[in-house]
Design a protein around this ligand. Structure first.
Ligand SMILES: NC(=O)c1ccc[n+]([C@@H]2O[C@H](COP(=O)([O-])OP(=O)(O)OC[C@H]3O[C@@H](n4cnc5c(N)ncnc54)[C@H](OP(=O)(O)O)[C@@H]3O)[C@@H](O)[C@H]2O)c1
Length: 176
């Protein structure tokens, strides 16, 4: 099963939802990083090369998970030494799907923008953190079509130790 997880917040003009700025997250929300870790631990995660390289050095690849990184660069390699951690590099969405179809587990797509858009048609579950406030944004969130996905759970308003308000919603694909 393909699931997707991301955090989104409004841009400064309040007319679009974003996920990134300057190769990093637009906000400081330690509780959401923990939520991300808890949700994806022990699973396979699919990401674009920019998202992989946006992880802080010691967090790259994400430990305890199978990291599947998509890049067109056939010479891309990354050395690491972490137990219970795998790094698979693929050069196309097709190659990624081929690899993922052999996994009998929940796989999380973890970004960025084009990767979310490439996979949303295959996803059955979306785990979305809504971050309150407006932020500098240069990378945008995928659109959630309410005719295709319905809300399964909503954490209600939560408050970070940084003072930022946020909520975590889970969407599931509607059955016809
Ligand atoms: N808020 C969140 O939850 C969240 C989650 C993830 C990321 N982010 C943020 O999003 C930003 C990074 O995302 P991004 O959209 O810039 O980049 P990205 O999607 O992570 O990576 C883009 C790269 O992936 C590779 N790629 C994409 N499509 C491909 C395809 N069809 N075939 C082969 N390779 C493909 C290419 O790598 P090559 O150039 O190497 O060929 C491309 O440059 C950062 O700011 C990060 O902090 C936020």
């Amino acid at each position: 099963m393909i699931s997707m997880i991301w955090a989104q917040g409004l841009n400064k003009t309040g007319d679009a939802l974003g996920i990134g700025f300057n190769g990093d997250l637009p906000w400081n929300l330690p509780e959401d990083l923990k939520h991300f870790r808890d949700t994806t631990m022990g699973k396979s995660v699919i990401m674009g090369r920019n998202t992989f390289m946006s992880l802080p050095g010691p967090a790259r690849p994400l430990k305890g998970r199978t990291n599947i990184v998509i890049t067109r660069d056939k010479s891309f390699t990354y050395e690491f030494d972490k137990p219970d951690t795998e790094l698979i590099i693929v050069n196309s969405i097709e190659e990624c799907n081929e690899y993922a179809s052999n996994l009998n587990e929940e796989i999380y797509v973890i970004g960025g923008a084009s990767i979310y858009n490439d996979f949303i048609n295959y996803a059955d579950k979306l785990v979305v953190t809504n971050v309150e406030g407006t932020f500098d944004i240069d990378t945008y969130a995928p659109n959630i079509d309410p005719d295709i996905f319905k809300i399964e759970s909503d954490s209600g308003k939560l408050i970070s130790e940084t003072g930022i308000e946020y909520s975590i919603l889970t969407y599931i694909r509607r059955t016809v």
